[in-house]
Design a protein around this ligand. Sequence first.
Ligand SMILES: [Ca+2]
Ligand SMILES: [Ca+2]
Length: 426
Amino acid sequence: MVLTGLAILSGCGGSGVTSGGSSGSLSQSNTSTSGSVTPRLLPPAPPGQPPSAGSTRIQTELPAGYAVDLRPRVNPLVVNLRSGWNMFSMPFVSLSQFNVSQPGNVLACYRYDATTGNYVELNFNNGAFNSNPFTGYWVYCSSPTQVTMNGDEQTQTTISTNLAMGWNLVGTPFSVNTPTSQFQWQSGTLPAAFASFLLWPGVLTYNGSAYTELGHPPTALPAAESQWIYAYAPGVLSRTVTSLAANRSFELPTVNSGGFINASPGDSTTIPGWTVVGNGGGNVAVIQQDFVFRGTTIRAQDGTQSLDLTGFSDLTGIADVGVSQQLTTETGKTYRVSFYIGNQVDPGGPGGTTSTVNVEINSVLAFTGTNSDGAGSNVMNWRQFSFTFTAAGPATVITFRNGDVAADTSNGLDNIVITEEPGPGA
Ligand SMILES: [Ca+2]
Ligand SMILES: [Ca+2]
């Protein structure tokens, strides 16, 4: 019994398409035709009949226009999977929530190994996804199913994946539709790769019964979905962003192993890129990750150093010490600020139990984040926060300020990533 057929795409030169999604056939070789700019074969069919699916499930009527209910960058993200096969991607790392409305409806999940041409089965309900955020998945549902997920957004300034020659099942690594102009293929942009036929511009998506072109070339990769991309030679697909904040991870100045370096308000040289602010007294400290305070090792969230907004000796009731930096921005553009707050739980002790960071944009409070996690842990607990602001001018001053009570002398800050928001105009 054939679960799904293959559609020959107009304009895609589909002659010779013979592969079918016959039950149990989970592999198919991908070959390109030398000297031609047109892939001769369509990508593999969906992985065939799910192992536990009865034949009565096939040919289910599909709702028109498979809709993804997205709340862009508003966690949690809710995705509606249709009955049948869905092309899915996982936009989060370090999943904190993964709720499948009716787990029994999800009968199969596969990723595709383009180097061997084989589908690899995964356990969707356990959230057992590949750690590569560009991995694309097929998910088969016996009836419509809602997936609610949450976790950290991608905050590495570079994420990348290797594509093999031929068709690759590529997942969109973000929770928003992301313009192709924000991705790179080898040393150029993704649109340039389509234009010069380093990649076939006919990127394919699945409409529930057949492959269709996402675009020719597509202008954006849809959030939480995957797509087939054909490469004429192996290469690296990546997304690199430049964070606006200098020394965004407090890796400077270099601190000796197990040590820290204090800086006081008014100091704009000790911590490159940052000026320490506050109403006199107090300090902040750059901490090397082997430093131990009250039994908690202050591991960095990124790199080997982080900042303590309470400094080493801020038991003086001064709660407004922080660090500030002027960013070059473009008037009217929206920027996302992602950062991590580090907390240690030291009930009754100077380590405190919660950590609060107030973020100001041009001296106006824009965001407050509190991390209360980490009870029982002997290493720093890090939690990600993010918010957006729209630049009012060509320069924007951002300030991260200690919001802990005076008796609390532990408040971590690390891995600040400030990027222009993806969008049609980006
Ligand atoms: Ca760091
Ligand atoms: Ca604290």
